[in-house]
Design a protein around this ligand. Structure first.
Ligand SMILES: [Fe+2]
Length: 446
């Protein structure tokens, strides 16, 4: 089992608990990497997808740069060049190696990077155990951010190596086969959509500060919603196949202008990891190439594909606040997140079918697939990033991206919360993102 949710901010006063959480999350990253070969860990298949080795080092650099450098007595860097190599995008920290060229670094070796991890983990653990109360008050929130940052990169390790291995014609397996997926009572592929109705009104959204949250989830804000409906389950592979078979990729009326340009430029005819052969449809997964599970949520869709599907289906994608309201008021409680410690031992890193929930409830809101929304990734009223370089974490990316909600099966357990806002450009396909249909505003009740 994985560690209890890190969002228990009050637990930061219990240093034994923090050491345990820190050690377990650092170890979880290494468990994922242990499934791979050193040659896997070095490759970079596109600028957006970094090598596993870089993720292993960058998450380590975060603790070294923002905690050890500031608070460790007689600090000295583990290696003079690592700050330059493994800074991701913090201009306030200094210059950095170019992102598209991360795959060119055969040195430091994977072994060097594991040595870096071990040293910084040990030094950080000692600081947690030995720092005075005033230092600890400053360290604790940065450490908590660093652990959530590490969990974000656990998801990126999965999505990035999946993309890289998908380009290999021998279709390598990243993670050992999982236990068989659970069977569900209703097959979402063949069921009609169950719609759940929500009354509109003025609601409060966003993080209240009691638990951990990223800066972009606050401050609390109000938003007015019209009446709307949400599908009780996400769009399935079977649903999406009907869109393909109906010529959805060939009908420009279904696509946004940018989306149609994107579709033509890529000659896209199917989701990123789908393949067809004489044996029918298959899908490349982290567990190897598998027959397409038509009842499972469609995944690795760009927002353009998701929105074209929604238009074809006579519906639309939801807003981020519609999904947050549903998560807070109608979630069926089921969740499907990543347990890094279970990968290789039967654990799953691919979405499974979402069971139809009880009437009035919504399933698949926690994990499974991220859900594209039509909401621009923008600041909430009153938002201001934190002072210093750490303020670059989220705020400077608030342009030309869309918000995704709900987490995925590659999001580590304990990392997600209902106010969580992920964000990617609409063309991004390599994240485990799908879609839930929405309708309205309409006169839902008389
Ligand atoms: Fe990062």
């Amino acid at each position: 089992m994985s560690h209890p949710a890190l969002k228990m901010r009050a637990m930061l006063d219990d240093r034994d608990w923090v050491v345990d959480a820190f050690s377990r999350i650092r170890d979880g990253t290494e468990r994922l990497a242990a499934q791979l070969h050193p040659e896997d860990m070095a490759i970079q298949a596109m600028p957006d997808a970094s090598p596993t080795k870089w993720h292993l080092a960058h998450t380590t650099w975060f603790f070294e740069e923002f905690i050890l450098k500031a608070f460790e007595p007689d600090f000295a860097p583990h290696h003079e060049a690592y700050g330059y190599l493994f800074n991701s995008y913090y201009d306030g920290v200094g210059p950095r190696w170019a992102r598209p060229d991360r795959g060119l670094l055969s040195r430091p070796t994977v072994a060097d990077v594991f040595g870096y991890r071990e040293a910084v983990t040990r030094r950080t653990r000692e600081l947690i155990e030995r720092s005075g109360e005033s230092d600890w008050a400053a360290i604790a929130p940065i450490l908590e951010l660093g652990l959530h940052h590490e969990q974000q990169h656990q998801e990126l390790i999965c999505t990035d190596i999946k993309y890289a291995l998908s380009l290999n014609p021998i279709a390598p397996t990243a993670f050992a086969s999982p236990e068989p997926r659970p069977t569900i009572a209703n097959d979402p592929e063949t069921d009609d959509i169950a719609w759940v109705s929500f009354n509109g009104g003025l609601f409060e959204f966003g993080a209240d500060g009691a638990d951990f949250h990223f800066d972009n989830e606050g401050p609390r804000r109000r938003a007015y919603l019209d009446d709307f409906e949400l599908a009780a389950t996400p769009v399935t592979n079977g649903d999406f196949l009907a869109f393909i078979n109906d010529g959805g990729y060939d009908d420009p009326r279904l696509w946004l202008s940018d989306g149609w340009d994107w579709r033509k430029a890529r000659a896209a005819t199917r989701p990123l990891y789908w393949r067809s052969s004489d044996n029918g449809w298959s899908e490349f997964t982290l567990h190897g190439e598998r027959p397409l599970d038509r009842a499972a949520p469609a995944s690795h869709l760009s927002a353009y594909e998701a929105f074209a599907y929604a238009t074809w289906a006579g519906a639309r994608a939801p807003t981020e606040f519609e999904l947050e309201l549903a998560t807070l008021t109608a979630h069926d409680g089921a969740a499907e997140f990543l347990d890094p410690h279970a990968i290789g031992g039967g654990g799953r890193a691919h979405p499974t079918p979402v069971a139809r929930p009880a009437a009035g409830k919504v399933g698949g809101l926690a994990g499974g697939v991220w859900e594209w929304t039509t909401s621009a990734y923008a600041a909430y009223p009153g938002y201001s990033p934190p002072d210093g370089a750490i303020g670059e974490y989220n705020g400077k990316f608030m342009s030309s991206q869309l918000t995704l909600r709900g987490g995925s099966c590659l999001t580590p357990e304990g990392h997600w919360r209902p106010t969580y806002r992920n964000f990617f450009p609409p063309a991004a396909q390599w994240q485990c993102a799908g879609l839930r249909l929405a309708r309205g505003p309409v006169a839902l009740r008389v």
